[in-house]
Design a protein around this ligand. Sequence first.
Ligand code: BTN
Length: 243
Amino acid sequence: MNKIDFNIINFESIDSTSTYLKKSYLQLDNLTLAFADYQSLGHGRMKREWVSPKGDSLLFSILFKEKDIIKNFPSLSLMSASIIHSFLSQYVEGVSIKWPNDVYVNGKKICGILLESVSMGEEIDVVVLGIGININIKDFPNELKDKATSLYLETNKIFNIDDLKNELLKHLSLLVAMMRENDKSYLNTIRKYNYLKNKLVKVYINGLEEEALALDINDDNTLLVDFNNEKISISIGEIICLV
Ligand code: BTN
């Protein structure tokens, strides 16, 4: 697998690598990859904060301007999760993927994935993929202690961030190749390491909050659940939480 020539920018400190790419995309090349040691306004899904101490994480965003990739946008979240799964599995056991876009280790979140798009007219102009992976974080605030983890907390080892970046680039190159080819093999990984499988989840069904049993991931990236013995497919945005 050839390494892709990303246009790499390293920020010591920035508000958010994703915000930067969204604001500056007209001046930036396709496959600009922005890393940050620290983000003052890192954000996640549903406008949640994404906070990480300086230098303890892999915080990065990639700008996609290529039509062949943008058209496969609905697969990007889970495809990225499968790529991060294989990246992290080199260093730690027990990695799973929590549909639609989190990576877990031993039941706690180690990585969050955020997909955002920018459109001027009807069509999507660019897609920004933002990923945060907790690496050397030694402690989380009380409210996150039961939910979040890091490579350090799982292995008791400190990792060299630059070495990890080099390894990560190989995986991100594979992600780009898979996106260009609309390679669906990521679904095998997602299904094999599906964190939600056989767990109760709260989802919106016909606009109502309901409890259902998560079963599998469909080919169209939706989540298949059992609700009162009926099989229903749930789209991103319709999941509320685990019960
Ligand atoms: C989530 O779990 O809700 C997604 C979190 C995504 C965080 C990353 S860190 C790098 C990039 N910059 C941001 O502001 N967010 C993403």
